[in-house]
Design a protein around this ligand. Structure first.
Ligand code: PBG
Length: 351
């Protein structure tokens, strides 16, 4: 028995486990928490503005801005005002943006063909932003939902979402975006096999340095509601997206999705939504050691804002804690509508 205990302790020590600590009072965990400087010095994780990606909603027109009811503080902006906002964001240290177009109703069709128009709102936005702010990373959404009259991410036939036919269009969509100057193609559609086909299409067109951020583990979530308001697809959406987005009841499936996307050529993978899926972020990062991004989605942002406005919690503090949760889980970068708020907080802290 004693021998067993000693061997066990040796094993534990070799693994650097808790038995390497002296017992209380030689060890008092609170010593390392007793003052701000020591807490900061031994902090296991940190957050910087370079970890943040700011998603923005772009509309047609000039000098246009509209607020979004369910997302206080978030606006749809025309390209010119988007450039101004991005310039300010860049000044606070934000290095990348994710663009989402608000497509006018008259440009929506059953087949979403506006998605592959090289002169569509998205492509004009990419080109103009790249021209004005060449140092800003531009991430672009590949999926058909802003462009379809049914609000689905793919083609629909007899109530079914067609996979392979959709992938063909997504390749063309990725190409027009890459031609316009997108740095990162981000397919958010969850069709099977699209990463490999898009990678091949980019290679063939000589866009060898265009990155792919795959929305690899994207769940069929109720937390996307405010986003659908923002891009104006919510009122159009018929049914749900459960035949292509993932079932919230599991995580093994997420690992299979990520493994496939890596094999197909994804440079980075995303888990979405964020906070309700920290276990998925953790498993993906532990398993694949690949750049893993978290999407703090519209509904999560809306919840935080609503709780803050009712006085239930402090927005800045809860936000900072949320971002740290993502870092702890293993996220390398975070897409969040609060990116500019966080960057400002980080600046204030550093000043
Ligand atoms: C659609 C898309 C969605 C989001 C990003 N791209 C919504 C959906 O799948 O219906 C959601 C983002 C958010 O909620 O912030 N391709």
């Amino acid at each position: 028995m004693l021998k067993h205990r000693i061997i066990k302790n040796l094993e534990d020590n070799r693994q650097g486990s808790l038995s390497a600590s002296a017992a209380y009072p030689r060890t008092r965990m609170r010593r390392l928490r007793s003052q701000g400087w020591i807490r900061d010095m031994v902090a296991e994780h940190s957050l910087s503005a370079a970890d943040l990606i700011w998603p923005v909603f772009v509309t047609e027109g000039k000098n246009q801005r509209e607020s979004i009811k369910s997302m206080p503080g978030v606006e749809r902006r025309s390209i010119d005002l988007t450039i101004e906002a991005l310039r300010q964001a860049h000044d606070t240290g934000i290095l990348a943006t994710a663009l989402f177009p608000v497509v006018p109703e008259e440009n929506k069709t059953m087949d979403g063909r506006e998605a592959v128009n090289p002169d569509n709102l998205m492509c004009r936005a990419i080109a103009e932003i790249k021209n004005a702010l060449p140092e800003m990373g531009i991430i672009t959404d590949v999926a058909l939902d802003p462009y379809t009259t049914h609000g689905h991410d793919g083609l629909v036939q007899d109530g079914k979402i067609l996979n392979d036919e959709t992938v063909e269009i997504l390749c063309q969509q990725a190409l027009v975006q890459a031609e316009s100057g997108a740095d990162v193609i981000a397919p958010s559609d969850m069709m099977d096999g699209r990463i490999g086909r898009i990678r091949d299409a980019l290679e063939e067109a000589n866009h060898t340095d265009t990155l792919i951020l795959s929305y690899a583990a994207k769940y069929a979530s109720s937390f996307y509601g405010p986003f659908r308001d923002a891009v104006g697809s919510g009122d159009f959406l018929k049914g749900d997206k459960k035949t292509y987005q993932m079932n919230p009841a599991g995580t093994d499936e997420a690992l299979r999705e990520v493994a496939l996307d890596i094999q197909e050529g994804a440079d980075m993978v995303m888990v979405k939504p964020g906070l309700p899926y920290l276990d998925v972020i953790h498993r993906v990062k532990e398993t694949f050691k690949i750049p893993t991004f978290a999407y703090h989605v519209s509904g999560e942002y809306a919840m935080l804002k609503a709780a803050a406005s009712s006085g239930a919690l402090n927005y800045e503090q809860a936000l900072a804690e949320t971002m740290m949760a993502f870092k702890r889980a293993g996220a390398d970068a975070i897409l969040t509508y609060a990116a500019t708020d966080i960057a400002k907080l980080l600046q204030e802290k550093a000043a």
